[in-house]
Structure formats: structure tokens, C-alpha cells
Design a protein. Structure first.
Length: 436
């Protein structure tokens, strides 16, 4: 499908002159790449973030981006005309379209934390002016766009679809992955009215080749929940299958590779130490939370999320059993975790299972350190700041846990007979190695 080239026009009753084509609220792992994609397509972009330290990092280029986006950021910062960064949320009244890209995490009890989203939407509503398009892109529950934008607009006396257009278009950002450019990844778009949908598709079509239009806000919202719930269920299953293969004495990676030769009806997933990041550990809980309010169950998804939540405990138990087999007392054990980011080649530790695993091992009295070329330090649940160690730590380790394998991870330090737990399932078979 070719890029949407619809000319953006304001309603006949509006004669607003816009200083910016797009305002992006939230310049994190989703908002910043989105802002850069719009800027690269020629849009005048206003980037808004209430965190001044984040803005400073963006201005200096000290942010975690794929190389292509780093180049785009350098260009935008070097040519500031049409690229403006601010913490003043009220300034979004100067933008033709506003896109909300703030985090939607969960708390320690797996309950959705809507603080950032409700705060951002409230600020957007306070600054909204007739003629604007408001697009929510943060993942949330089905009906959130109506609750947080549509109904409050009506309460303000602004008619959605007439005075202000409203749409939901779930983000599709895969950190560290340049296999698909931002322009190549289709964006699902659902509006409050048909005109809302068309205007949102035209706006996103300024950089996206293939907007996919759906009839309602709720279809768009549910599509994102399906995407990540699907992944959660399959990852939970492949982790379980990996344990089955270990019991059977069959290499699970070779089994997956063999099954993946089937050109239809199979999609390969890979086992690992658990799931982290901003999507899979969090998004399905927004659906489960909403269903619980209506006394509706989703047994398969519930069991999958429960399995994923317990994966770090399984890894920690495997570490303990390997040390016991080697005759090492837990309270005297020295364990090194290789890689603590939630996925390879990023500096993002949000929801990383490595942090929970380190805490579980430390509670058993083990001396635990970590090495990560992308992450200089991590903060544990008790507030302790743990700095990364040097490669020399590997030499004296009783056990090495390979948690995240970056492309630049140096494995030459591993001794041939060193006790290694490969939670990535990527190492070739070697003496002293075990899998979860």
C-alpha cells in the first residue's frame, strides 16, 4: 500500500495557524523514535517531556537509539528549525496534531499504573484547542481513549469528531531492531468517528507507508493487547517446552529450527530467562485487570503470565542446584551475571528479569556481580545501586549466568570447564554448561 498523501485540512470553522505539525508528548523509547520519524519526513515537530534530564539527554544525543535514529537525532539537533524540545505541556496548543507516547507500566502487584497516562491526557486536554487531532498511542485497556480523551472533551464543551478529532493508534517500536524501518511497519488506526480515523491515518501517513484503518477506537486498542498477549502465551509455552526437551535429552534449539522449516502454520519462538521491557510483561495485565472487573477469566493468558512471572525463580533455583552439584556452598558462591538488559543490544533494564534474579541469588547469601557493555549500573528493589564489574570478575566466578547476549558480549573470558548457565540458549554445547 502506498503512503497516504491526504492533504491535512482544518475544519471550515477553524482558521488556526499552526506552529508545528506534530507534538509528541513523552520522548521515551516510543516517543523519541516517533518524533524523529516525523521530522525525517519533513514535519515540524514539537517534542514534549516533563523530565528535564531526559530533554538534556536528547539535546546532547546521549540516548539509547538504533544507529539510524541516532543519525536522525543528530540531524534534527543540528538543524533545529522545525525541531523544538520543551517541558512546557501547554505549548502543544500550537501543534496541529498531538500524539501521546507515555509509559503504561504495572506495579509490584501486576496492577496497571495509569498515573503517567492520565496525567499526560489531562495536560493535553487542558491545552486542547479546536481544530486539533489527538492520538493516543500508549498501550492501555479497551475503552481508555473514550475514558481519558473523548468524555473529558465533551465535558469541556468540545465535540469529538467535530471540534477536536480523536484516535487511537498503538505504538509499534522494537528497540534495537533495524530490520524494519519505522516507515515500513504498518500502524493500526481507529478513530472516534470516520473523519477522525481518516485524519489520523493521513497524519501518520506522513511517514508510515501502510496505515491500517479499523472502524472503532476499541478495535485498535484491543489489537495491541492481542499482539503482546499472543507473544506472552507463546513465550511461556516455549519456555515450558525447553524444560521438556531438557528432560528428554533433546536440544530444544535444534527442535525449533527443524519445526521452523515448515512454511505455514508455525511461528518460531525462543526460550530464555523470562520477559522484560515495556510490552510483554505489562500489556497483557491491562487486559486481565479489565476482565477481572467484569468477573471474566482468561485461563490460558492468566497461566502464561503466571508462568512468565515465575521464570526468574526457576533460573535462580537452577543456579542453586548447579552450585550444589559442584560442591559450592551458596553463602560462599561468587556468581557473575553476563548481561542485565531486558534484550540484546539495548541499555533498557525495565522489567528485566536479571534484576529479580540477582536479588533472589543475593538473598541466598551469594556474592553476585554483573557485566554489561550497555548498562553501567542497575538499581535493585531495595534501592541499592549496583555498578557493573569488569571482565576479570569472570575468572574467579563459581558460576556464570549468561542472561543477555549483546552482539559485543565477549565470551572469550569463559573457561572451557567453567560452570555456565546459558539462559539465552545460544551457546554451542560445551563442558560445564547447563540450560534452564
Amino acid at each position: 500500500m502506498s503512503r497516504v498523501n491526504t492533504v491535512l485540512t482544518d475544519p471550515p470553522s477553524v482558521s488556526q495557524v499552526w506552529d508545528f505539525d506534530i507534538a509528541i508528548v513523552g520522548l521515551g523509547y516510543v516517543g523519541l523514535p516517533t518524533a524523529l520519524a516525523f521530522r525525517a519526513a519533513g514535519s515540524r515537530v514539537l517534542g514534549v517531556d516533563v523530565d528535564e534530564s531526559r530533554l538534556a539527554s536528547v539535546r546532547t544525543g546521549s540516548v539509547d537509539l538504533v544507529p539510524g535514529d541516532q543519525l536522525r537525532l543528530g540531524t534534527a539537533n543540528a538543524e533545529p528549525e522545525g525541531w523544538w524540545l520543551t517541558s512546557d505541556v501547554a505549548s502543544i496548543s500550537r501543534a496541529r496534531a498531538v500524539i501521546v507516547c507515555v509509559p503504561t507500566p504495572i506495579d509490584a502487584h501486576a496492577v496497571p499504573d495509569l498515573h503517567a497516562l492520565t496525567s499526560a491526557c489531562s495536560a493535553v486536554l487542558d491545552a486542547a484547542v479546536p481544530g486539533q487531532l489527538l492520538i493516543l498511542t500508549s498501550t492501555s485497556y479497551v475503552g481508555c481513549t473514550r475514558d481519558l480523551l473523548v468524555h473529558p472533551l465533551i465535558a469541556r464543551g468540545l465535540q469529538p469528531g467535530v471540534d477536536v478529532h480523536v484516535a487511537f493508534s498503538p505504538e509499534r517500536i522494537n528497540p534495537a531492531d533495524e530490520a524494519f524501518g519505522h516507515e515500513e511497519v504498518p500502524r493500526v488506526v481507529g478513530g472516534f468517528t470516520a473523519s477522525c480515523t481518516e485524519l489520523a491515518a493521513a497524519t501518520l501517513g506522513q511517514y508510515v507507508d501502510s496505515p491500517h484503518l479499523v472502524e472503532t477506537l476499541e478495535i485498535a486498542e484491543a489489537s495491541k493487547l492481542l499482539e503482546n498477549s499472543f507473544r506472552a502465551v507463546n513465550i511461556a509455552f516455549i519456555n515450558e517446552f525447553a524444560s521438556v526437551c531438557r528432560e528428554l535429552g533433546v536440544p530444544v534449539t535444534e527442535v525449533i529450527d527443524a519445526a521452523a522449516t515448515k512454511p505455514y502454520g508455525f511461528m518460531p519462538f525462543r526460550p530464555g530467562p523470562g520477559v522484560g521491557g515495556h510490552c510483554i510483561p505489562c500489556d497483557p495485565h491491562y487486559l486481565l485487570w479489565q476482565l477481572r472487573a467484569d468477573r471474566v477469566s482468561s485461563p490460558i493468558l492468566e497461566e502464561a503470565m503466571n508462568s512468565l512471572a515465575h521464570r526468574p525463580q526457576r533460573v535462580a533455583a537452577r543456579v542453586g542446584s548447579m552450585l550444589a552439584t559442584a560442591g559450592v556452598v551458596a553463602s560462599r558462591a561468587r556468581v557473575v551475571v553476563l548481561g542485565v538488559a531486558y534484550k540484546p543490544n539495548v541499555a533498557d533494564v525495565r522489567e528485566s528479569t536479571a534484576i529479580e534474579i540477582i536479588q533472589l541469588l543475593s538473598k541466598q547469601g551469594m556474592h553476585v556481580s554483573f557485566i554489561d557493555s550497555h548498562v553501567p549500573s542497575i538499581r535493585l528493589a531495595d534501592g541499592q545501586l549496583l555498578a557493573a564489574s569488569s571482565q576479570e570478575e569472570l575468572l574467579d566466578a563459581d558460576l556464570v549466568l549468561l542472561h543477555t547476549r549483546h552482539e559485543d558480549t565477549d565470551l572469550a573470558w569463559l573457561g572451557e570447564h567453567q560452570c555456565v548457565l546459558d539462559a539465552t540458549y545460544t551457546l554451542p554445547a560445551r563442558t560445564g554448561q547447563a540450560l534452564i
